[in-house]
Ligand binder design. Structure first.
Ligand SMILES: [Fe+2]
Length: 195
């Protein structure tokens, strides 16, 4: 009840600032599934594991509270519409990013992390990169579980190197199955190897 009232107050304040042309205040971090999420139980469990892994890495890497909250916001938002019926051609990441922005999320790094989490994006800051890693390495994924656990363990010390290995693995998997490689994935890969 209180959460619903706070949500109404937040939306009203956003609407008023838009009407008055006032600059939006920095968005509050999303530290749980948003009310508009459409996810089943298994998906919810996956999202929770992604958030937990990011929290663990944030501790290990001693990042600021603000940065940690950015990572967690991206985690809770990224698959929020994974089980929703979406308009033809729209990815669940893009749908969730659009909805989060409508609801007041104004952090471009968080929105881009959510929008492109399935394919990768060369323009990401740390939020997108960490979400991409956690989505792939979270411990609930059964295929190559041991290798994923080893990679996850290395992230705090060798983030860049592990990211390259994960993207390479994703590309190899797609090539082996004869699927096309998304141009954004290729751009992402090239941006990692050019560093
Ligand atoms: Fe995910």
């Amino acid at each position: 009840m209180l959460a619903a009232m706070l949500e109404i107050a937040r939306r009203a304040s956003l609407a008023i600032s838009r009407l008055l042309g006032a600059p939006p205040r920095p968005s509050e971090p999303t530290l749980e599934l948003p009310a508009w999420a459409r996810v089943g139980g298994r998906r919810r469990a996956h999202i929770r594991r992604v958030a937990e892994l990011l929290e663990h890495w944030a501790d290990e890497m001693d990042v600021s509270r603000r940065e940690r909250d950015r990572w967690l916001s991206a985690a809770w938002l990224h698959d929020a519409l994974r089980d929703a019926r979406l308009k033809g051609g729209m990815s669940h990441g893009a749908a969730a990013a659009d909805r989060a922005e409508q609801e007041g999320e104004s952090d471009r790094g968080v929105l881009d992390a959510v929008r492109y989490h399935s394919v990768g994006y060369a323009g990401w800051d740390d939020v997108g990169r960490m979400l991409y890693l956690a989505d792939y390495l979270e411990p609930g994924r059964k295929r190559r579980a041991k290798q994923r656990a080893e990679l996850a363990e290395r992230v705090p010390r060798e983030c860049e190197r592990v990211l390259q290995e994960v993207v390479a693995q994703q590309i190899r998997t797609q090539l082996r199955s004869g699927r096309p490689i998304h141009p954004l994935t290729l751009e992402f890969w090239n941006s990692l190897t050019a560093r």
